[in-house]
Design a protein around this ligand. Structure first.
Ligand code: GLN
Length: 382
């Protein structure tokens, strides 16, 4: 008799990002699907990381992350968000944002717990909840503004609600939380035992002069939160898979118990290089306006097509409606666009458990001008 796995994720296939990137490669399509820049990251950071490797920085880093990097993250947090955090007890460096999120959920969730998730939701959230035996309580963001309906949220809170997951700037929609959302959240969680998980991997990719409403700005919310970040997004190196989580000491203590027997510690030389490069504030302070130019250029080009833009205030992404252009389901249309037109995108329906189909595709615009120009040339034929 052969062993048979009883799947922990019976209804889950391969993530859409891998699927669409593979399809794009196969059909030589321009890949505006998976979110990653196609331009070079800062050369100085590459140099710093190579130097660290050459200088012998090749053994285990501290389990919680290189102390110098954590110290400098704490300084950055204080200067950006005016909140003082302790680098020894409140920060853990992780192999990417997705891992940071998974670890937070695994730290907190018990079978039977409920987690409030807004849809469309990044595709790892729901499987991460379910693998821990907990139940996602799904709340749709209002279409097409993708704002949170707080009245609906209050209706969905039960004694089993263990956590609320937030994501700002939001993947896939590019919506952002406002001060009003923060106030609503405050009113909702005060006097409850509800935790918050805030996915802020696009913290610097925010446009039009809007302030990033980080949970780190609000100590009363931070005391119940895990806040997750990504170096990959900030430094154009998604393949380096490095991020971090910030949480108060009691929460982080438990988080580290899970982390220590999973990844244990992250690559030392990248942390060493980042510990120096993070001091270059101009890089991250100008990121929003640099990426905004890319959004604006892409939007301007796309006006020549029949696609209709939905607003994007942050992230790598811009949603476009193809209502009136085709009646196909998003998945079918995205596959056909990749194969026949040569442009890969992500169908937004994959970010809904019930595959809600609003005839909207997600485009990643964080690309070189020539890439988006060629993509739009192809899309104009539709
Ligand atoms: N965050 C990226 C996106 O949304 C991809 C992440 C991944 O491929 N796992 O496209």
């Amino acid at each position: 008799m052969k062993p048979v796995i009883q799947s922990k994720l019976p209804n889950i296939g391969t993530t859409i990002f891998t699927t669409m990137s593979a399809l794009a490669t196969q059909h030589h399509a321009i890949n505006l699907g998976q979110g990653f820049p196609d331009f070079m990251m800062p050369q100085r950071l590459i140099k710093l990381v190579s130097e660290a490797m050459q200088n012998g920085d090749n053994q285990y880093a501290h389990m919680n992350g290189l102390p110098l990097l954590r110290e400098r993250i704490a300084q950055k947090v204080e200067s950006l968000y005016t909140t003082v955090i302790n680098p020894d007890t409140d920060i853990t460096i992780t192999p990417g944002g997705t891992y940071a999120i998974y670890t937070a959920l695994t730290t907190v969730l018990q079978p039977g717990d409920e987690v409030i998730v807004f849809e469309p939701a990044f595709d790892s959230y729901i499987p991460n909840i379910e693998i821990n035996g907990a139940t996602p309580v799904l709340i749709p963001l209002s279409f097409p503004s993708y704002a949170i309906d707080w009245k609906l949220v209050r209706q969905k809170v039960t004694p089993k609600t263990k956590m609320i997951m937030l994501n700002t700037p939001h993947n896939p929609t590019g919506s952002v939380l406002s001060r009003h959302d923060i106030e609503q959240l405050r009113n909702l969680v005060k006097d409850t035992g509800i935790f918050i998980l805030s996915d802020e991997v696009y913290e610097h990719l925010i446009f039009d002069g809007i302030q990033h409403e980080s949970i780190l700005r609000y100590p009363d919310l931070l005391e119940r939160s895990f806040v997750c970040f990504s170096f990959g997004k900030t430094y154009h190196c998604t393949g380096w898979k490095l991020g971090y989580c910030i949480a108060p000491p009691a929460l982080m203590k438990e988080y580290r118990k899970v982390h220590q027997f999973n990844c244990f510690s992250c690559n030392s030389f990248v942390q060493q290089g980042l510990a120096t490069f993070i001091l270059e504030k101009d890089h991250y302070l100008s990121l929003g306006s640099n990426v905004q130019q890319k959004r604006d250029y892409f939007q301007q080009l796309m006006q020549q097509t029949k696609f209709k833009a939905l607003p994007s205030y942050g992230s790598y992404f811009q949603l476009y409606s193809y209502d009136g252009l085709s009646n196909e389901l998003e998945k079918d249309f995205a596959i056909r666009l990749t194969k026949e037109v040569g442009v890969a995108t992500i169908p937004t329906s994959v970010f809904y458990k019930d595959e809600t189909d609003n005839k909207v595709l997600r485009f990643c615009f964080v690309k070189q001008a020539a890439t988006v120009e060629e993509a739009v040339n192809r899309l104009m034929k539709l």
